[in-house]
Write a protein that binds this ligand. Structure first.
Ligand code: MN
Length: 253
């Protein structure tokens, strides 16, 4: 069993160190993570400049790029003769729930693992009173162990969030909805030029069955994800429009 561990907080972060240590009880572990923090970088792939791969110590590598770059360099180069059986990303400093997953570098690393046909799991930790990466990492390892005891589907893609305080159970959830209160603040720099800062604390719609509701109830949230963004109900909803567009096309071929 070979486990690739990555994150978006950088290879030095406490969360990745704890996760990598805990994962060693399950198999061989290779860490390939960004040199610097790359939170909220999403699924970005670096194509316009070369990437440097630095060997930090035995089994730990740093890449001056994004989490997605790290997964590619690990799977398609570093471990190309023996691809990892699992990609674990995290443990992120802060939750990645609901609409966060579209910004999250932590979760995007697992998107990339999934695209490369490797089962992938993202772990994120709520930051608040009493939180502990060590405790969450132990739970993450137990979790991975139970997942791996079953035959794992190649398209396994899970997003796990740990509450800050001691968890009161585990719940499979769907993604929650953000109440959009993100604000843009305008200020002036010392040279009189305006600059803008995107700020605001996310708030969530309180809906049962969601990841944010589970974490608020101090449960470990597990959301199964998939990369097919197709809006299936839309296929039916747009059928009349398809007919209209077909006529318009026939009139103007
Ligand atoms: Mn992060």
């Amino acid at each position: 069993m070979l486990i690739l561990v990555t994150n978006d907080d950088g290879y030095r972060s406490e969360g990745i160190t704890a996760l990598a240590e805990a994962a060693k009880s399950l198999g061989d572990v290779v860490v390939v993570a960004p040199v610097d923090e790359a939170s909220a970088i999403g699924h970005a792939l670096t194509l316009k400049r070369p990437l440097r791969l630095e060997s930090i110590r035995d089994g730990v590598y740093a890449v001056d790029g994004t989490p997605t770059d790290c997964v590619n360099i690990a799977v398609l180069w570093l471990l190309k003769d023996h691809p990892p059986d699992l990609v674990c990303s995290g443990i992120n400093f802060g939750l990645n729930v609901g609409d966060d997953v579209t910004y999250s570098g932590t979760v995007s690393a697992t998107f990339e693992g999934s695209l490369l046909d490797i089962p992938s799991i993202a772990f994120s930790q709520e930051v608040g009173e009493g939180f502990s990466f060590a405790a969450s990492a132990r739970m993450a390892a137990r979790f991975v162990e139970s997942v791996l005891s079953e035959p794992v589907p190649r398209d396994l893609l899970l997003n796990v969030n740990f509450p800050a305080s001691t968890a009161r159970g585990v719940r499979f959830t769907r993604l929650g909805k953000r109440v959009y209160r993100q604000s843009v603040v305008e200020k002036e720099d010392p040279r009189g030029r305006k600059y803008y800062w995107i700020a605001g604390t996310p708030e969530w719609r309180e809906e049962d069955g969601t990841d944010c509701a589970a974490v608020a109830a101090r449960q470990i949230s597990i959301t199964p994800l998939h990369l097919d963004l197709t809006y299936y109900r839309g296929l039916d909803a747009f059928a009349p429009l398809q007919a209209t567009l077909a006529v318009a096309h026939d009139d103007n071929p």
